[in-house]
Design a protein around this ligand. Structure first.
Ligand SMILES: Nc1ncnc2c1ncn2[C@@H]1O[C@H](COP(=O)(O)OS(=O)(=O)O)[C@@H](OP(=O)(O)O)[C@H]1O
Length: 213
């Protein structure tokens, strides 16, 4: 919505009326902040997990100057497989077209990754899903250092706290997986899912796969 309001033409109109970028940042920040703050119990540290929000990371960092961002990266083939098999609707992704999905993944992740690098390591931390699953303790320590909070064993045993301290919406697409303890089941579930012709042109369709290693 913010981007819509600031479209060429509109922006000048708003500026002249005194509705500057700063005013809009404060207004949008108050809205987002209220939703995040009031939808759960009071907490010192507020978290929001919404993959596509990270496309706006640079603007969000301007709106929330104390915010830190964790960019979870995952092999695009696994992400696309996940969205198609679990029928997760994500805007911009056409679940009937695997090539379009990989290409859209590439575009989205490139934008997020570049924003993350632009903001720098004290504000944005890239975390690889595969590394998190394979070495949870090591990766969680990295995350916790980045957040400048104390380590707690709870972060490696989140499943034990679901139901009381952690409430998960039954309507969320990922609830049935998130409630399990950290597991490796999804690491290679995509193998065999993509046609060979598509895999042969991966460097062209999704160059971020190579770039991210
Ligand atoms: N506890 C635990 N251990 C290992 N892996 C886990 C865990 N919780 C979630 N997942 C995996 O994360 C994938 C879902 O990611 P998201 O939460 O971003 O999904 S979504 O927003 O609902 O699409 C999804 O991947 P796929 O299984 O490939 O679909 C989950 O398996």
């Amino acid at each position: 919505m913010l981007m819509q309001w600031e479209k060429e033409g509109h922006k000048r109109l708003l500026d002249l009326a005194g509705v500057t970028r700063n005013v809009l940042n404060n207004a949008v920040g108050a809205f987002i902040g209220t939703v995040i703050e009031q939808h759960g119990d009071k907490a010192n540290l507020l978290c929001d997990k919404d993959p596509l929000a990270l496309k706006m990371m640079i603007r969000l960092s301007e709106i929330f100057p104390q915010a830190k961002f964790i960019l979870m990266l995952r092999d695009g083939r696994a992400s696309v497989h996940s969205m198609i098999v679990r029928k997760v609707p994500v805007s911009g992704f056409d679940r009937n077209d695997k090539e379009q999905m990989l290409s859209q993944w590439n575009k989205t992740v490139a934008q997020m990754y570049n924003s993350c690098i632009f903001l720098g390591p004290s504000i944005c931390l890239p975390v690889y899903y595969e590394k998190l699953i394979l070495s949870p303790k090591e990766q969680m320590e990295k995350i916790i250092n980045f957040l400048e909070i104390d380590f707690s064993q709870n972060v490696l045993e989140h499943h034990k706290h679901i139901g009381d301290e952690i409430r998960l919406s039954p309507r969320e697409f990922s609830t049935s997986q998130v409630k399990n303890k950290i597991n490796q089941d999804a690491l290679d579930a995509w193998v065999g899912f993509f046609p060979d012709e598509l895999l042969a042109k991966l460097d062209e369709v999704a160059p971020m796969l190579t770039k991210l290693g």
